[in-house]
Design a protein around this ligand. Structure first.
Ligand SMILES: [Zn+2]
Length: 258
């Protein structure tokens, strides 16, 4: 058993100077990380971190993909070539999705372009049987409609921010939902956590996003996941070890093809 941070961006440049420290934390505290990407550059970097520092261990899982913020049809062509030549070492596709926030004052990034890229990412995941990490801010319904046309069951809605009825629908479809450190200060998110299907629950830090409340904006480390599990164990009235074990099992099932 180990702790699992199911969504963190370790290829982000914020981590460059702390990378060896973070690798030490991952190895010594037995934390497994699912490190996601946003574009071709971060996908390449993510894979190279895995190949360089985690050769004989299962602690670093590399997710590659194009985030809606960087959606571009041209980029998605070179992404396909990259995927094909590296597919054996790629553990999942993410962070991908739709987010209208990024289309404001940006003529080249439209919801249509995001949808095209998102569909392409989902096709790659379906064809190669890879799990998917989803960004669905302000687009939950749209993302759900798109997803149901693919044969994908290992899907996680990262940083879940929707309502209770959509949460229920997501869980009924067998998709996972992941919550982060905002649980410590958001009553609304704690309610959602209590309503979610615990067999489809994952936890994440989403570093390098930093947290003003409780964590005082310090650099987000995978070690936060241990505090988060402790806090979730209090909310759900579960024993810390039992909950850690459950989150570990869920994370392994999400990652591995049956
Ligand atoms: Zn993220």
């Amino acid at each position: 058993m180990c702790f699992v941070d199911s969504h963190i961006h370790l290829s982000d440049s914020v981590y460059d100077e702390y990378l060896m420290l973070i690798i030490g934390i991952i190895n010594n505290l037995k934390i497994r990380v699912y490190s996601v990407s946003e574009d071709l550059g971060s996908s390449v970097k993510n894979l190279s971190i895995k190949k360089k520092h985690f050769v004989n261990t299962d602690s670093f899982k590399a997710f590659v993909g194009i985030h809606p913020q960087y959606a571009s049809v041209k980029l998605s062509e070179s992404f396909s070539d990259f995927f094909i030549s590296n597919k054996e070492s790629i553990d999942g596709i993410g962070e991908i999705g739709i987010d209208p926030t990024y289309t404001i004052n940006n003529v080249s990034n439209t919801v249509e372009v995001q949808k095209t890229v998102f569909n392409q990412m989902l096709s790659i995941a379906e064809k190669n049987n890879k799990p998917v990490s989803i960004h669905s801010r302000r687009s939950l319904k749209e993302v759900l409609d798109t997803l149901t046309s693919y044969r994908l069951n290992r899907v996680v809605f990262h940083w879940y921010d929707g309502n209770k009825s959509l949460l229920k629908k997501i869980n009924e479809l067998g998709y996972y939902v992941s919550f982060g450190p905002y649980l410590l200060y958001s009553e609304n998110k704690r309610t959602l956590l209590s309503e979610s299907d615990l067999s489809l629950l994952l936890l994440e830090t989403d570093g390098p996003v930093s947290y003003r409340h409780c964590f005082n904006n310090v650099i987000t480390s995978p070690v936060f996941i241990i505090s988060l599990i402790n806090y979730v164990s209090i909310i759900l009235k579960k024993n810390f070890n039992d909950l850690s074990e459950m989150i570990f099992r869920n994370s392994v099932e999400f990652l591995n093809a049956k």
